[in-house]
Design a protein around this ligand. Structure first.
Ligand code: SF4
Length: 65
């Protein structure tokens, strides 16, 4: 699912400390910077969202750490 970041998303992301990126996923190996299930991580990393124009992409395998 790909969504545009709108004002409401950015506001709620900050207010509720929304966690949905690899860095918050139990399947993410921080040392190797890779997904334990072998999925590409580029579109799910937190750094992506420093660009307010980046589409929000949720990973269907995400498991909160
Ligand atoms: S399952 Fe998805 S969110 Fe979790 S580490 Fe892999 S790619 Fe990232």
């Amino acid at each position: 699912m790909k969504l545009e970041q709108d004002d409401q998303f950015r506001d709620e992301h900050d207010r509720f400390a929304l966690k949905f990126t690899c860095e918050n996923c139990t399947l993410f190996d921080e040392r190797e910077e890779r997904c334990a299930h072998g999925f590409p991580t580029e579109e799910h990393r937190v750094a992506r969202y420093s660009d307010a124009r980046a589409l929000v992409i949720f990973c269907k395998e995400f498991e909160l750490d």
